[in-house]
Ligand binder design. Sequence first.
Ligand SMILES: Cc1cc2nc3c(=O)[nH]c(=O)nc-3n(C[C@H](O)[C@H](O)[C@H](O)COP(=O)(O)OP(=O)(O)OC[C@H]3O[C@@H](n4cnc5c(N)ncnc54)[C@H](O)[C@@H]3O)c2cc1C
Length: 419
Amino acid sequence: MVYSASRWCPKMADLPQNPAVVIVGSGPAGLAAATLLAEAGVGPVIVLERAATPGGVPRHCAHSPYGLREFRRLMTGPAYARALVARAKAAGVTIHSGVNVTQLLPGPEVAVTSDVGPARIAARLVMLATGARESTRAQRMIGGTKPAGVLSTGALQALIHEDGLIPFRRPVILGTELVSFSALLTCRLAGIRPMAMIEETGRTTARKPSGLLPFALGIPLLTGTSVAEVEGRDRVTGIRMAGAHADRLGADGLIVTGRFRPEAALLPQSHLVRDPGTGGPEVDQFGRCSDPCYFASGNLLRPVETAGWCWAEGRSVGEAMLRTLKGTLAPDPGLRIGSSGVSAMVPQRIAPGTDPALDRLQIRVAVPSRGRLSLQVDGSEVAGRDLRALPERRIVLPLPRPDALQIEVRLAQDQQEGP
Ligand SMILES: Cc1cc2nc3c(=O)[nH]c(=O)nc-3n(C[C@H](O)[C@H](O)[C@H](O)COP(=O)(O)OP(=O)(O)OC[C@H]3O[C@@H](n4cnc5c(N)ncnc54)[C@H](O)[C@@H]3O)c2cc1C
């Protein structure tokens, strides 16, 4: 049964019973699509956000750079999030915070819960833009005791910027992805002085100049080193390391950064096909899921990109949704693209049609890799290059023609580089 909004949620009395479009997630991707669709006049567009405040991850990243592509100026995360929300509202989008989407159903229809109970909302199209989250300590198999003071970057930023708390003074930062430097900047702004940054591989994952930041701040960057054990009963009292710097640091916290995974908890119970490589939904070059009434964009597709990239992708997939609503984008299951030697790729299908929303193949490797990356169409290489790649970095190839019979992305490794 589809409930009218006013029956279950007084805060949502203005929620249309059958909105044209439901967007799940109010980060840059979701808000960009919502704004575009509302400006195009498709009918009521609603955004459902489980957090108390809309804006996605940027709302508690109190540093720049955000906003250059979208607003042509350098902004902090919270200012950027507020500007995206204001732009969406000005376009006529209704944003409902504190509403958790719990199920995706054919129709399309979504089941939701909020502080006033459960409900279902039917629409003409649904976009999933639920973002990504960092791997946890458990997922990274870090041993030792389980004291307070082990946090992801996102949790650290929420504690500092939303709750005004300083969880530790001398933590260790694990990881050297872009987000790890966000953790470093957050610490600096909050008066926290990390004892070290630790990187399991032999070099920093983020490109220069980010890797120079710890040196500029006088914080040791220990490569070839992993966290073996966390010490402490109630609070962290030390970090034992293994590898090149097999030592102990008397730290009072550990920030476990990066190794993002799509926030795809809705997928296993749904009818949508999930891609084992990315962990997100399988999509074609229009961002269209295996059920063509569902679309997806942003970091849910492939962790992890910048906010500007996700915003642009949200707009492009929003345009594909607009074409679907107008009946100008033919529904098609698409040809699945094969792959070998790479860990993830998006889109995973190519369907007939021009003006793709995802205009390149976005590829990732799981381990530092070196070799020939090639795009094979009907048995011949149509694009390729010699590649030296690190995990978590963006690798792109041109999108193949939609009229091919067989498409494969191959990475033939010269050698697999050690950690
Ligand atoms: C710590 C950190 C620092 C960063 N710093 C920068 C930077 O300086 N510059 C930059 O360009 N990028 C930065 N990024 C990356 C950037 O923030 C992300 O790329 C961007 O926010 C991704 O947008 P998104 O719309 O895909 O998802 P998100 O911003 O993650 O938004 C997804 C939203 O979906 C909601 N949601 C999830 N599941 C549900 C559900 N079931 N029901 C309802 N709502 C749901 C979430 O609550 C969230 O609000 C940073 C990221 C992190 C984690």
